[in-house]
Design a protein around this ligand. Structure first.
Ligand SMILES: Nc1ncnc2c1ncn2[C@@H]1O[C@H](COP(=O)(O)OP(=O)(O)OP(=O)(O)O)[C@@H](O)[C@H]1O
Ligand SMILES: [Mg+2]
Length: 257
């Protein structure tokens, strides 16, 4: 059974049809990528799946339940977690505290307890802190465990966001341009990290403009153009599709040259 089913989903903003009659399914344990030109509706799809936006019409079914229009915290509780296209880091907090925030839905009594300084709950806070530190090591930013977030370079912050999203222990993780602004070495490391997350059993939904990354790691790829599905298939099927080349891949190749 599919972990995620998107059924005839649409969302407009005024006269802009950001997502139009879009349907796709994601099997559990897969790395599923969504690509397409700027403004194609990729982030809007993420916002619809994670409950940030309500669809104009259509349905989102996650793990067998209709979650259409449910609030973000409800989706998070059910196992949907994400990162954002633009960094969403609290720079006045430590790196590890930023990651702990990602666990708060799971452990919110722990956070409350630590504020009230209750001994049993303070212990849970310590456990949460250690789990957050472990996740920082997992994503490769272990050396910043004791650091303030604003002391971290951009590439490390992109990973810190992934650690925070993983702290919620998601079944499905949505990554919105995790390699944006990274150099080739950092992009290669993100590539490895995404594969490691996939191997750990988390279903990954990836929005990314780096085609080398996308083509190398995706089990399936959905191509959007003007909010509609232009194509869907394996990397090879999508890469060889003349419509996809005309609408997007040709442009990307030219930009890279
Ligand atoms: N909150 C909003 N209000 C108004 N218009 C919006 C809103 N969110 C998205 N849009 C519009 O919907 C369309 C799709 O935007 P979206 O951000 O989903 O594209 P994208 O594929 O993620 O693009 P990019 O690759 O540049 O990140 C665009 O025309 C955008 O201007
Ligand atoms: Mg976007």
């Amino acid at each position: 059974m599919a972990l995620l089913e998107v059924q005839a989903l649409s969302r407009s903003f005024g006269g802009v049809h950001a997502v139009q009659d879009l349907s796709f399914e994601i099997e559990p344990g897969k790395i599923y990528s969504i690509i397409g030109p700027n403004g194609a509706g990729k982030t809007t799809v993420f916002n619809l799946i994670t409950g940030l936006y309500r669809p104009s019409s259509g349905r989102v079914v996650f793990d067998g339940s209709n979650v259409t229009g449910k609030a973000p915290h409800e989706l998070a509780r059910r196992g949907v977690s994400r990162t954002f296209q633009n960094l969403q880091i609290c720079f006045n907090m430590s790196a590890v505290e930023n990651v702990m925030v990602g666990a708060h839905l799971r452990l919110d009594q722990g956070m409350l307890g630590s504020m009230l300084r209750l001994p049993a709950l303070a212990r849970r806070d310590a456990v949460c802190r250690e789990e957050a530190a472990e996740l920082m090591r997992f994503v490769g930013v272990g050396k910043y465990i004791g650091a303030l977030a604003d002391a971290m370079p951009y590439g490390a912050l992109k990973r810190l966001e992934i650690a925070r999203a993983l702290a919620a222990r998601p079944k499905m993780l949505l990554l919105d341009e995790p390699a944006a602004g990274l150099n080739p070495t950092e992009t290669h490391e993100i590539d490895e990290l995404i594969q490691k997350i996939g191997v750990s059993g988390v279903t990954v939904v990836l929005v990314e403009h780096d085609m080398k990354l996308v083509m190398g790691i995706s089990d399936r790829i959905l191509v959007l153009d003007y909010g509609r599905k232009l194509a869907e298939g394996t990397a090879r099927e999508v890469r060889d599709n003349p419509e996809v080349i005309a609408a997007y891949l040709g442009v990307v190749a030219k930009a890279a040259a």
